[in-house]
Design a protein around this ligand. Structure first.
Ligand SMILES: Nc1ncnc2c1ncn2[C@@H]1O[C@H](COP(=O)(O)OP(=O)(O)OP(=O)(O)O)[C@@H](O)[C@H]1O
Ligand SMILES: [Mg+2]
Length: 280
C-alpha cells in the first residue's frame, strides 16, 4: 500500500472535522481551544543544542486532534516522530510554540505540573513493553495507581477491569516471562489505560512483535478507539498505520501530509488491498 496515492478532501469525515476547522483552531494563536480539541499544537519547535551545533528536530509543527480520533504518525528515521511524541506526552516542553492538551497550556508548565498532567492525561505504550519482570500482570497494571495514591482495594478493582478490557482476565497472576509477547504488550496497554487517560500514546507498539501478534495488538487498539479512546501511535509500517483513521507523515521536523479515512472501511480494516481515501 502506498500512502502517496491518497488524497485529503476538505470534508467532514466520521466526525473528525474538516481541514478548514483544524486550520481555524490552529490559526487562533494564544486562544484556549474548545473542549472537542484534545490536542492543539501551534508552531511547535524543538531544538537540541549539540555542543554549539543546533539540531532542529521539530521546525514548526501545527496539529489539531479531536477527542476520539485514532491517529498514526509516520515518517523516516530522524523526522521528529519521537520528539513530537515526547512533547505530546508531556515528557518534554517545546523550544517555541504552543501546546494545548485538553484545554491546558502545557508549553508553559513547570516540571511538577508536567508530571501531574502526564499522570492524569496520558497513557504510554512502548515498543519494549517496560514491565516489571518480577511483578504479576495485575501488580504491573496497579502501579500507576500506587503513584496516584489510589486505595489498595480500588487499585485491585480497576487493574482487574483494565486487564479484562484487553482480554487478559485469565492471566492476571502471570509474570511477564510467563506470557507471550502479545500478552505482555496487552498488559502494557492495560497499565496505560488504568488511569483513564485522555490519550493513549504508543511509540512503535508492534516493533518487537511478529506480524500475527501485531494484528492482535492492532485489534485491541481498534476496539479501544471504537469505545471512544483517543489513540496516537508512531509506526514505521504502512500495514499498521492503515488501522488508524488518520495518518500524519512527518518529514524533516514538519508535517508533510495529513490524511483521513472514512470509518469502518473493511478494505482498510483487514489490512488487505489499498486503502480507500475518504469521500469528499
Ligand atoms: N536528545 C537529543 N539530543 C540531540 N538531538 C536529538 C535528541 N533527540 C533527537 N535528536 C535529533 O532530532 C532529530 C529527530 O529525532 P527523533 O528521535 O524525533 O526521530 P524519529 O522520527 O523518532 O526517528 P526514528 O524513526 O529513528 O525513531 C534527529 O535528527 C535526532 O538526531
Ligand atoms: Mg523514534
Amino acid at each position: 500500500m502506498s500512502l502517496d496515492t491518497l488524497v485529503m478532501p476538505d470534508a467532514e469525515v466520521a466526525g473528525l472535522g474538516t481541514t478548514a476547522e483544524r486550520r481555524a483552531v490552529i490559526a487562533q494563536a494564544g486562544a484556549v481551544p474548545s473542549r472537542e480539541w484534545v490536542i492543539v499544537a501551534r508552531g511547535l519547535t524543538r531544538l537540541y543544542d549539540m555542543g554549539g551545533e543546533t539540531v532542529r528536530a521539530l521546525r514548526g509543527v501545527d496539529l489539531a486532534i479531536r477527542r476520539n480520533e485514532y491517529v498514526a504518525i509516520m515518517g523516516p528515521s530522524g523526522s521528529g516522530k519521537s520528539t513530537l511524541m515526547n512533547l505530546i506526552g508531556c515528557l518534554d516542553t517545546p523550544s517555541q510554540g504552543e501546546y494545548w492538551l485538553n484545554g491546558h497550556q502545557v508549553s508553559k508548565m513547570t516540571d511538577n505540573e508536567l508530571a501531574r498532567i502526564r499522570n492524569r492525561e496520558i497513557g504510554f505504550v512502548f515498543q519494549t513493553f517496560n514491565l516489571l519482570p518480577r511483578a504479576t500482570a495485575l501488580h504491573n497494571v496497579e502501579l500507576p495507581l500506587v503513584y496516584a495514591g489510589v486505595s489498595a482495594s480500588e487499585r485491585r478493582t480497576r487493574a482487574r477491569e483494565a486487564l479484562e478490557r484487553v482480554q487478559l482476565g485469565e492471566r492476571m497472576l502471570h509474570r511477564p516471562n510467563e506470557l507471550s509477547g502479545g500478552q505482555r504488550q496487552r498488559v502494557a496497554i492495560a497499565r496505560a489505560l488504568v488511569n483513564r487517560p485522555s490519550i493513549l500514546l504508543a511509540d512503535e507498539p508492534t516493533g518487537n512483535l511478529d506480524s500475527g501478534t501485531s494484528e492482535e495488538i492492532m485489534r485491541v487498539f481498534g476496539e479501544l478507539a471504537e469505545q471512544g479512546q483517543t489513540v496516537i501511535m508512531v509506526t514505521h509500517e504502512a500495514e499498521i498505520a492503515a488501522h488508524a483513521r488518520r495518518v500524519i507523515v512527518l518529514r524533516d521536523g514538519l508535517v508533510a501530509s495529513d490524511d483521513r479515512y472514512a470509518d469502518g472501511d473493511p478494505s482498510r480494516r483487514d489490512g488487505r488491498g489499498d486503502p480507500r481515501p475518504a469521500a469528499g
